[in-house]
Design a binder for this molecule. Structure first.
Ligand code: ZN
Length: 301
C-alpha cells in the first residue's frame, strides 16, 4: 500500500461571490511513502491565485512564498489535476489534523468547480500521533502542532523549512516512522466513500430551537436534585437562548432551586445532548436572564 502525506499552505483571501474571506490553497505539497514509510517521491506545486493579486504578509512570513512565487505558480485547477495523477490508486492520504480537509472542501466548492482532490482513504495523522504520544506517557491536552510534536519526540527539525508544504510532509513521515503501530494505525484509516467522510465534514450541525421538536426526548428535560436525588419540578417555562434551553427547577424535598440547561445538536447521523444543572442563586442571575428565564409557568403547563 502507498501512503501520501499531504500538506497544504493556504492564505486568507476575499471571495467576492460570497462576500467573505476564504482560505485559498496556494501550495500543495506531499510525499509518497512505501510500506516502510520510506520516502519514494515528493510533489510540490505553488498555486497562482485566481482571486487575489498578492499574498498576505503573514502568509509570506510563515511560508516564504512571495507575491512573485504566487504569480509564477500554476492555476489551482492544474495543480490539483497533476496532484491526482501523482497520487495513483488506493493510496492512504494523511494530513496533520483534519483542518486541511475543510480547506479542501472550501476550495473545491468555491474555486475548483467540479475538480476534486483524490483522497480515497484518509487518516488524521495528528490524532494518530497524539494517541501514540499519550500511550508513551506524554501529557497532551490540546491539539499539538507538528513542530511541537517533533520536538517532544526528539525528531530533529534541522534542515527543514517548517510551513513549506513539502518539508512539513517530510517531518510528518519521520514522526510516523517513529510512532508507528500497525494495529492502531490501520484502525484509524477511513475509506472516504464508505464513511461519507466529506459529507460529514461539510454538514453543518443544527441546534434544535423548538422545545416540542421530535428530536428532544422527554428524558432530556428531566433533572434530579443533586442533594436528595429526587426528580425536580419545573417552575418556569423553557426559554431558548444561545443554543440552550433554560428553565428554573426546584426540589420539593429540600427546597433547593436550580437552573437547568439543555442543548440538543443534530449532527450528520447522530444527536448530541448536553445538560447542565446549577444552583439557582437570585443575585448571580444577570438582569437579562431574569427577564428571559424566569417567566412563571402558566397554570396550563
Ligand atoms: Zn433536594
Amino acid at each position: 500500500m502507498e501512503y501520501i502525506v499531504l500538506d497544504l499552505e493556504w492564505d486568507s483571501a476575499y471571495f467576492v461571490p460570497e462576500k467573505r474571506f476564504i482560505n485559498q490553497i496556494l501550495q500543495i505539497g506531499a510525499v509518497k511513502l512505501d510500506d516502510d514509510f520510506r520516502v519514494v517521491d515528493t510533489f510540490e506545486r505553488t498555486v497562482k491565485s485566481a482571486i487575489s493579486k498578492r499574498v498576505t504578509g503573514r502568509f509570506s512570513a510563515l511560508t516564504g512564498i512571495t507575491n512573485e512565487d504566487m504569480r509564477n505558480g500554476v492555476p489551482l485547477y492544474t495543480a490539483v489535476k497533476e496532484y491526482n495523477e501523482w497520487v495513483g490508486e488506493n493510496a492512504v492520504t494523511m494530513t496533520w489534523s483534519d483542518s486541511d480537509l475543510y480547506t479542501v472542501l472550501e476550495n473545491e466548492r468555491c474555486l475548483l468547480k467540479g475538480v476534486r482532490f483524490k483522497i480515497e482513504n484518509y487518516l488524521d495523522l495528528q490524532t494518530f500521533i497524539q494517541n501514540e504520544m499519550r500511550i508513551r506517557g506524554f501529557e497532551i491536552n490540546s491539539q499539538i502542532s507538528l513542530s511541537a510534536a517533533a520536538t517532544t519526540l526528539q525528531v530533529t527539525l534541522d534542515g527543514y523549512d517548517m510551513h513549506t508544504a513539502k518539508d512539513d510532509s517530510l517531518v510528518c513521515a519521520k514522526l510516523l516512522k517513529k510512532c508507528y503501530n500497525k494495529e492502531r494505525f490501520e484502525a484509524l484509516i477511513k475509506n472516504t466513500g464508505e464513511t461519507k467522510l466529506f459529507d460529514r465534514l461539510s454538514f453543518k450541525p443544527i441546534y434544535v430551537n423548538d422545545i416540542n421538536s421530535k428530536l428532544i426526548d422527554k428524558s432530556y428535560l428531566e433533572f434530579c436534585c443533586d442533594v436528595c436525588n429526587n426528580r425536580l419540578i419545573r417552575k418556569s417555562k423553557w426559554n431558548y437562548k444561545n443554543r440552550w434551553f433554560v428553565a428554573r427547577f426546584e426540589c420539593l424535598d429540600c427546597k433547593k432551586k436550580f437552573l437547568c440547561r439543555v442543548s440538543v445538536r443534530q449532527n450528520y447521523d447522530s444527536t448530541t445532548v448536553k445538560r447542565k444543572l446549577s444552583e439557582f442563586k437570585k443575585k448571580t442571575v444577570k438582569n437579562e436572564e431574569k427577564k428571559d428565564e424566569l417567566q412563571p409557568m402558566s397554570s396550563k403547563m
